[in-house]
Design a protein around this ligand. Structure first.
Ligand code: A2P
Length: 308
């Protein structure tokens, strides 16, 4: 079959459906994101991913409203920022107000780390005099996850999940006696240079979906000129981005390509059916190129990506 609009949905462990391809909005400014979300919804996307920390929730919500598409047909995710960890209830209430929505479909803990909200040096990333991020080292993400569970019970979010969680942190969360609602997803950086094979195997076993952020390799991506990806793209007469998006769906992961360019937004909603041979070639790229994490914020002394 030639390139076609994605119609794949996955099931969350709550039973709800989530469209496999969603619009990513990290680094999309308020002024850009309004048109981007409208273009995406016009192209057929029904899944929009935002976060408090992207500082664009108001424009995302306005575009959703202005699209005229019934609310229940759109899957909306937002996230609890590190600086909001001590008060998830106010954080979600404020996000809902900015989005002008009664509920979100998914609320994610953005990082397993808290930043000091009383340090006013920066609204999102407070810094200590020595330049390090003001991380609350005594913070335990278990405590804010407890509140996320309450928010799910109240219906303010239909589901809860996490982001940037390692196997070690997920294991701790799943095994903790206070965890009564399993995270439905873990959103992480995911592409052929960082295929996250162990994490994928672990999350599949626990019925947690992996969601791919920066699936194209973010800004100035080396993936878009990778010879294996370019060759497979030529075979299908599509862009390298379409191959990266198709590969993510082929592996059973949600994929969140970001763009503010209408033509790219439209083409990023197209997928091709990869052969198993092509899938394997993409799976194997990292063996030759090495593992490359492209997004790696410095959380003071904490390495959130450390595995067991
Ligand atoms: P722009 O938003 O200006 O269109 P990721 O999703 O991995 O974070 O990648 C986002 C980056 O990739 C942005 O710089 C975005 O640019 C660019 N991008 C998005 N879609 C495509 C595409 N189809 N081809 C090339 N670059 C793209």
């Amino acid at each position: 079959m030639p390139a076609h609009k994605s119609s794949t949905t996955f099931k969350l462990s709550t039973g709800a459906s989530i469209p496999a391809v969603g619009l990513g909005t990290w680094q999309s400014s308020q002024s850009e994101v309004y048109d981007a979300v409208l273009a995406a919804l016009e192209s057929g996307y029904r899944h929009i991913d935002t976060a408090y920390a992207y500082l664009n929730e108001e424009a995302v919500g306005k575009a959703i409203k202005d699209s005229g598409i019934p609310r229940e047909q759109i899957f909306v995710t937002t996230k609890l920022a590190a600086v909001q960890q001590l008060d998830p209830t106010s954080a979600l209430n404020d996000s809902l107000k900015r989005l002008d929505l009664d509920y979100v479909d998914l609320y994610l803990m953005h990082w397993p780390v808290a930043l000091n909200p009383n340090n006013k040096s920066h609204p999102l990333i407070p810094i200590l005099p020595n330049g390090d991020r003001d991380v609350l080292h005594d913070f335990d993400f278990i405590d804010s996850y407890k509140v996320l569970q309450e928010l799910a019970d109240q219906g303010k979010t239909k589901a809860i999940g996490v982001s940037n969680f390692s196997i070690k942190n997920l294991t701790r969360l799943l095994e903790h006696p206070s965890t009564t609602i399993k995270p439905v997803v873990n959103q992480v950086e995911l592409h052929p240079y960082l295929p996250q094979n162990e994490l994928l195997e672990f999350t599949k076993k626990h019925e947690i979906l992996l969601e791919a952020y920066s699936p194209l390799g973010s800004t100035n991506s080396p993936l878009l000129t990778d010879e294996t990806i370019v060759k497979i793209a030529k075979n299908h007469n599509v862009s390298p981005a379409t191959i990266l998006i198709s590969w993510a769906v082929w592996r059973g992961t949600v994929v969140l390509p970001k763009s503010v360019t209408p033509s790219r937004i439209e083409s990023n909603f197209l997928v091709v059916d990869l052969t198993s041979e092509e899938g394997k070639q993409l799976d194997n790229i990292h063996k030759e190129k090495g593992i490359k994490r492209l997004i790696n914020p410095k959380w003071s002394k904490i390495d959130v990506f450390t595995e067991v």
